[in-house]
Design a protein around this ligand. Structure first.
Ligand code: FAD
Length: 388
């Protein structure tokens, strides 16, 4: 088993605490031993590698920033960011699983749930005894979720839910779905359990991206949701947007892992591939590509470090998270494409992780707010004009 050494050109490791490095290194080893050997097959077969999830849960990474009283690790956002980075070096599908479970399912229960809901669900979600999904996007409402059609109506003892969600990560394998629906015109969150009558979650097949991840539709036909499954503190569209903000933070870190994987493979390949009797790494054009990649990785690492510091001090603004998500995904895609060029034809082979990362990153650029939406969010912040 090859032990991965991530490039760290500006000695950012020196800024991390021993605990942060410990968590990072344990997930890095997990990815080396459990993910890298199997992930290409999972991707080619369009299967989520479910068998490794309980082992990952043993590392305490799910909902790791939430308190120990709910079965979580009580770690900081720096450590959580590093875990996202390590997992996405394996595959964006695995990091997506972590993001959904932690930021989009445990976070809303922790933030908008009753104490009884927290005690019931958070410990099970932390161990992955229960799997969750997050249903916001609808067939006709993606970037503009405020237009959602999914509706809840108050009835005796609970609510009746009708509508449909689209492109939902983990939908088919989830035990619970955090579903956002309008109740008297106001967006509210509901915990929908997989056994509820009238709820189905068919898988979306034949994807070209995030193939080692389950993506689904959620369909609600007169689903009765008991009163105790309403997230009582959820109030309007701001609530799901707060969840997305958590997940975007993880993405900003995660895609750095894809960058590291592509850069590391391309550098190794360039040093050993001979053309015109010399390694291609000895040509100036190749060096320019490698140096540009290294520069973008280093800038991303510094950006993530300061973003984590802001988040851990409670000072982070959602626009700062948008900037990091927007920049880092774009740069990760550029790095994947440049790596592919360095590999020549071998770049399209499943022997190397390049095309898998490149294809995955196409989804990552779109979900949790498209590149364009983040441009508009930051544009509004700096100019005062909303251009949505
Ligand atoms: P649209 O909103 O239709 O946008 C299409 C294009 O138009 C985009 O380029 C967009 O940027 C652009 N556009 C839209 N409005 C404007 C404007 N005002 N100005 C300029 N350009 C504009 N959703 C969930 O709720 N839960 C999940 O777990 C989840 N997982 C996903 C997993 C995968 C693999 C994918 C691909 C998506 C997932 N999504 C999930 C959905 C994702 O969040 C949406 O795809 C995303 O919000 C974009 O919505 P859309 O696809 O409907 O595109």
């Amino acid at each position: 088993m090859k032990k991965f050494e991530a490039v760290d050109y500006y000695n950012i490791d020196d800024l991390l605490t021993e605990d942060e490095k410990l968590v990072r290194n344990s997930v890095r080893s997990f990815v080396d031993s459990e993910v890298i050997p199997i992930i290409e097959d999972s991707y080619q077969n369009a299967e989520f590698p479910f068998e490794i999830i309980p082992k990952l849960a043993e590392l305490g990474v799910f909902g790791m920033t939430f308190p120990e009283k709910y079965g979580c690790a009580g770690m900081n956002n720096m450590a959580y960011g590093l875990v996202n980075q390590e997992l996405e070096r394996g595959d964006s599908g695995l990091r997506s699983f972590l993001s959904v479970q932690s930021s989009l399912v445990m976070y809303p229960i922790f933030t908008f749930g009753s104490e009884a809901q927290k005690m019931k669900w958070l410990p099970k979600l932390a161990t992955t005894e229960a799997i969750g999904c997050f249903g916001l996007t609808e067939p006709d409402y993606g970037s503009n979720p405020g237009g959602m059609i999914t509706k809840a109506e108050k009835v005796d003892g609970g609510y009746i839910l009708n509508g449909a969600k689209m492109w939902i990560t983990n939908g088919t394998i989830a035990d619970i779905a955090i579903v956002w629906a309008k109740l008297d015109g106001v967006v509210k969150g509901f915990i929908v359990e997989k056994e509820f009558k009238g709820f189905t979650a068919p898988e979306i097949k034949r994807k070209h991206s995030l193939r080692a991840s389950v993506t689904s539709e959620l369909i609600f036909e007169d689903v009765f949701v008991p009163e105790e499954n309403l997230l009582p503190e959820s109030k309007g569209l701001k609530s799901p947007l707060m969840c997305l903000n958590q997940a975007r933070y993880g993405i900003a870190w995660g895609v750095t892992g894809s960058m590291l994987a592509c850069y590391d493979s391309a550098l190794e390949y360039a040093k050993t591939r001979l053309q015109f009797n010399k390694p291609i790494a000895s040509y100036q054009l190749t060096q320019d590509k490698l140096v540009t990649m290294l520069t973008e990785i280093t800038k991303t690492q510094l950006l993530n470090y300061q973003l984590a510091k802001l988040k851990d001090s409670g000072k982070v603004k959602h626009t700062q998270i948008s900037l990091a998500k927007r920049n880092n995904v774009e740069k990760a895609l550029e790095i994947a494409r440049t790596s592919r060029e360095i590999f020549g034809a071998s770049g399209i082979s499943s022997e190397y992780p390049i095309m898998r990362h490149a294809n995955n990153l196409e989804s990552v650029k779109t979900y949790e707010g498209t590149h364009e939406m983040h441009t508009l969010i930051i544009g509004q912040d700096i100019t005062g004009f909303g251009a949505f």
